[in-house]
Design a protein around this ligand. Structure first.
Ligand code: SF4
Length: 331
């Protein structure tokens, strides 16, 4: 299975916060990548994202393509590369080159073949010092083990970047019939919230600045912007149901994912994200630590200091009952 074929995950372009061109390593689409490059190349730093499709691409062709891309950017522009791949062809030769060019390699954990390949590929990348970004689909079958999964990638595979993708699969003829039925594999809103909350609670206590979890870092960006400009309007918000437009966490949630907006809001409006209740619960939960991190960043400090703040707060909270108990005992 290639990344682009993953049945329950969005297309690769939606997975990537890509500033520059997206370049399929095989098949059609190189032309559009080149068009996008002309826009992205105006930036001082440009990210080129390479998609490893079904057709085998030999190492020599890949190296030539990377060198060609680097030769065609504006002088002074720093090029960063990202590669999305199954990992099937990443032998030591590839890995040495990826390390030399400072690639961030995206690996999917979706599908049996991908999951089988992933641990060995991640370890090989780690041995060569190549950054690895795992795309982890969260479905009904794995959503109840959030921290185990998070620690596995962090501690056993040494993965520093993770993107969690909620699996939402509509069944029947949903679009024509306006149906809202979903498959048994679909993650439920409360599961999605519990998964994110559990991982966040681990991350915010020990991994801020060390582990990169896309939804947390995007949320921090939203909180930091919202601190400066409350509730900034987002493109496309006018098409969201009123329930979203009045939502206190719209600035972070953005109304969820367009592909999942197929349920009706409590006010009877269509177009609400199936996972809305999960997003609300999650964004409510992270509000305080996000405010702390945003304040730290605003004052020129490191967001990772939030870990000290939380540790001190929890220590004081634990000590408080003992203190009052001993106070009572001595009075
Ligand atoms: S949490 Fe729900 S209501 Fe709020 S913006 Fe997201 S989808 Fe809309």
């Amino acid at each position: 299975m290639t990344l682009g074929e993953a049945p329950s995950a969005p297309g690769p372009e939606r997975w990537l916060a890509c500033e520059g061109p997206v370049v399929p390593l095989s098949g059609a689409g190189t032309g559009s990548g080149r068009r996008r490059q002309s826009r992205g190349a105006r930036r001082r730093t440009m990210t080129v994202t390479w998609l490893d499709g079904r057709e085998p691409v030999d190492f020599g062709s890949f190296r030539d393509a990377v060198e060609l891309a680097e030769r065609h950017v504006e002088p002074g522009t720093r090029v960063e590369h990202a590669l999305w791949t199954t990992g099937a062809r990443l032998d030591d030769t590839w890995c040495r080159f990826l390390a030399e060019r400072d690639f961030l390699v995206g690996l999917s954990a979706d599908g049996t073949a991908a999951r089988r390949l992933l641990p060995e590929t991640a370890r090989r990348l780690r041995r060569h010092g190549v950054g690895c970004n795992v795309l982890y689909p969260v479905h009904a079958g794995n959503a109840d083990e959030p921290v185990d999964a998070y620690r596995y990638f962090r501690d056993e595979l040494g993965v520093r970047h993770v993107q969690y993708i909620p699996v939402v699969e509509r069944i029947g003829e949903p679009r024509r019939a306006g149906g809202t039925a979903v498959s048994a594999r679909t993650v439920r809103p409360e599961q999605w919230a519990a998964f994110l909350v559990a991982v966040f609670d681990e991350w915010v206590r020990r991994d801020v600045g060390r582990q990169h979890v896309q939804i947390f870092e995007q949320a921090l960006t939203a909180w930091t912007a919202a601190e400066r400009r409350p509730r900034p309007p987002r493109a496309g918000c006018e098409r969201l149901p009123l329930y979203c437009r009045c939502c206190p966490v719209l600035f972070a949630c953005g109304g969820g994912s367009p592909g999942n907006r197929f349920v009706t809001s409590p006010h009877g409006e269509p177009g609400l994200d199936y996972l809305c209740a999960g997003y609300r619960q999650f964004f409510d939960h992270i509000d305080q630590p996000m405010q702390v991190m945003a304040a730290l960043l605003r004052s020129g400090r490191d967001a990772a200091e939030v870990m000290t703040v939380i540790a001190r707060y929890e220590h004081e909270r634990q000590a408080a009952p003992n203190a009052s108990a001993s106070g009572r005992a001595t009075s």
